[in-house]
Design a protein around this ligand. Structure first.
Ligand SMILES: Nc1ncnc2c1ncn2[C@@H]1O[C@H](COP(=O)(O)OP(=O)(O)OP(=O)(O)O)[C@@H](O)[C@H]1O
Ligand SMILES: [Mg+2]
Length: 256
């Protein structure tokens, strides 16, 4: 299997605070790689490095054999075209209509006629289960709809790699299931490589080829859903099986 993304000894400090400590993992081509972990554990920070929004304090991020931490800004912009990124907060432009948000890349960077961009946006919106909202503004939509518009934008350029930061948070279970199926169909039909950050265990176990568990900026486990379910580390068990394991144990507090 081809290694599509390699994160090598990634360390990130904000000031004196160590947010990520020597994180390493690899994502294979056409894999759905899920990152799980508690709030503040460093999940968003990790994927922001992969899209080049943050520079590591030390370590490397290699995508298709290229160390993106060494690219010039112009080279990076060119490089990340092949990647889609769903921001945790959605990050839509409030002053733009839905279709303009979805087609933003084409409006900004190409001479494609507006009519075609509109049509492309309409198709991508339909993929995430949204119809007839092309002319609306983000402020007129519910939180879940905004999330799906962001998702439509992330897939608008048919990227080879898609990074999803909490794609189904704030969505009802039916819509969340639609998003899961979309992630899987992009993998199956277009060969997309995905990294998905999620808190949703059911979704993680359903969509993941492999799961990484991150806690306080360190990786505790990487494995298939089955391996993670049976992983002996108490931090992992606590996270995936909180109810069955009762209150936080002394061992977990010690590790925190
Ligand atoms: N720009 C920044 N400056 C300083 N600290 C930051 C910055 N961005 C993130 N942090 C800190 O890094 C830690 C990890 O944040 P991150 O957003 O990666 O967590 P997360 O795992 O995505 O959490 P959540 O599940 O709540 O989204 C937090 O303690 C956060 O306060
Ligand atoms: Mg986050």
């Amino acid at each position: 299997m081809k290694k599509k993304i390699i994160v090598e000894n990634l360390t990130k400090k904000f000031g004196e605070k160590v947010i990520l400590e020597n994180i390493s993992f690899e994502v294979y081509e056409n894999e759905v790689f899920v990152i799980m972990g508690g709030s503040g554990s460093g999940k968003s920070t990790t994927i922001k490095h992969i899209i080049g929004l943050l520079k590591p304090t030390s370590g490397r991020i290699i995508i298709d054999g290229v160390d993106i931490t060494r690219l010039k800004k112009s080279e990076l912009i060119e490089f990340i075209k092949r990647m889609g990124y769903l921001f945790q907060e959605g990050a839509l432009f409030d002053s733009l209509r839905v279709w303009e948000n979805v087609g933003f890349y084409y409006l900004e960077n190409t001479n494609m006629p507006k009519k075609e961009i509109y049509e492309l946006a309409r198709k991508k919106l339909a993929l995430v289960g949204l119809k007839g909202i092309e002319e609306m503004y983000p402020s007129e939509l519910s939180g879940g709809m905004r999330k799906r518009v962001s998702l439509a934008r992330a897939i608008a350029t048919d990227p080879e790699i898609i990074l999803y930061d909490e794609p189904s948070s704030g969505l009802d279970p039916v819509t969340a299931a639609i998003i899961d199926e979309l992630i899987l169909s992009l993998k199956r039909e277009l060969g997309v490589t995905s990294i998905v950050v999620t808190h949703d265990l059911q979704s993680a176990f359903y969509i993941a080829d492999r799961i990484a568990m991150i806690h306080k900026g360190k990786i505790y486990a990487i494995g298939t859903p089955e391996e993670i379910k049976n992983h002996p580390d108490p931090v992992v068990q606590q996270f995936i099986n909180r109810k069955a394991h009762g209150p936080i144990t002394k061992e977990i507090i010690k590790k925190s």
